[in-house]
Design a binder for this molecule. Sequence first.
Ligand code: COI
Length: 355
Amino acid sequence: MKFRFTECKNLKQKPEAVNSFGKLFTDYMYVCEYSGGKWNEGEIKPFNALEMLPCASVLHYGQAAFEGLKAYRDKCGTVRLFRARDNFKRMTTSAERLCIPPVDEGQAYNALVELVNIEREWTPTESGTSLYIRPLVFAADESLGVHAAKNYKFIIILSPSGAYYANGFAPVALKVEREYVRAGKGGTGAYKVIGNYAASIKAGELAKEAGYDQVLWLDGNERKYVEEVGSMNIFFVIDGKLVTPELDGCILPGITRDSVIKIARHKGISVEERPITIDEVLSGAKSGKLTEIFGTGTAAVISPVDRLGDNSQDIIIGGKGKVGEISKLLYDTLTDIQTGRKEDIFGWVTTVEAQ
Ligand code: COI
C-alpha cells in the first residue's frame, strides 16, 4: 500500500440494494493536507467528521472545488473507473480559478485507485447503480478575511448510489429560468466550484414548488441563449441533429457532455456546438423540428426531458413520459461502455485490480 492507512474498527453493514443518491458512505476516505506551501502524501482513514474550527475559511468564503465521477463493477467483479483522470484534470482548472494550489493529478488518481480497491465490495452491481466518487478540495485557514488561504484539505469520499433522479432513466421537467442567472462572462460558471451550486438553490426550489425538477438556465447577459441545467449540460435534437450550447466560458465542460458528443459522432449523428436561443428551442418544440431534449452529467448520466415550462406554459417534448430514440441510443451506448457490457473503443475506462 502506498498511502498511510488507519484501520476502521467497526465496519458498516453493506446494504442489500442501493436506491438513494449520495446518502450512504463507505468505511474509508482519503484525506490530504496542504500547508507550508506543499501538499502532503495524504492518508486513507475511517470515514468520519473532519476537524474544523468555526473560523475555517471555507465556511465563510466558499473557496472550494469538487468533482463527481463513478466506478462500476462488471460481471467479472472488475471495478471500472470512468474517465477519472479527466475529472482530476478539470479539478486542477477549477482549483486554479479559485487560487487553490492544485493537487497533483497523479497522486489524486493513485489515492482514488487505492481507496476504491479497499472499498471494492461497496461498488453496487444492480443496473442503474454505481459507486459515486466525490473529490473535494477546500480552504482550511483558521482565520477570517477574504484572500487566498494558506492551508487546504483535499478529500475523496465514496457513496454507493442509485439514480440521481428518483425515477431513474425517466423524463424530467425543466422550467426556463427568466429571473435568476447561474453565471456571467468572467465568472465561475465553467468551473466546478461550490458557490455555483449555492447560487442555484433558490431558483431550483422555486421550480420544484411549481412542479418542475430543475431549471434551464439562460445566459446572464441577454437572457436569450440556453446555457445548462446546473446539475447537467443540455442537448437538443433539432432536424435530426444533436445541438448543444458551445463551451462559452459560462457553462461547465461536462465529461459526460464530451462523451456523448464523441459517441454521437462515432455513430454518424451530426453534432453542433453553438449558441442556441431559447426562442429557437421553444419555436422548434412547437413546430415539431425539435424532437428530443436530454441533460447529461455524471450523476444524472443521460436524463430525458419531456416537459419545458416557460411563463406558466408547458410544452411537451416528443410525448409525455416518452424517451426519444437518440436519447435512448446514447444512454445505452454510454452505460454499456461504463459497465463493461460493450468494448470501450474510446479508451475511457481504467480498471482497479484487486490487490
Ligand atoms: C455530478 O454530476 O456528479 C455533479 O456533481 C452534479 C451534482 C448536482 C450531483
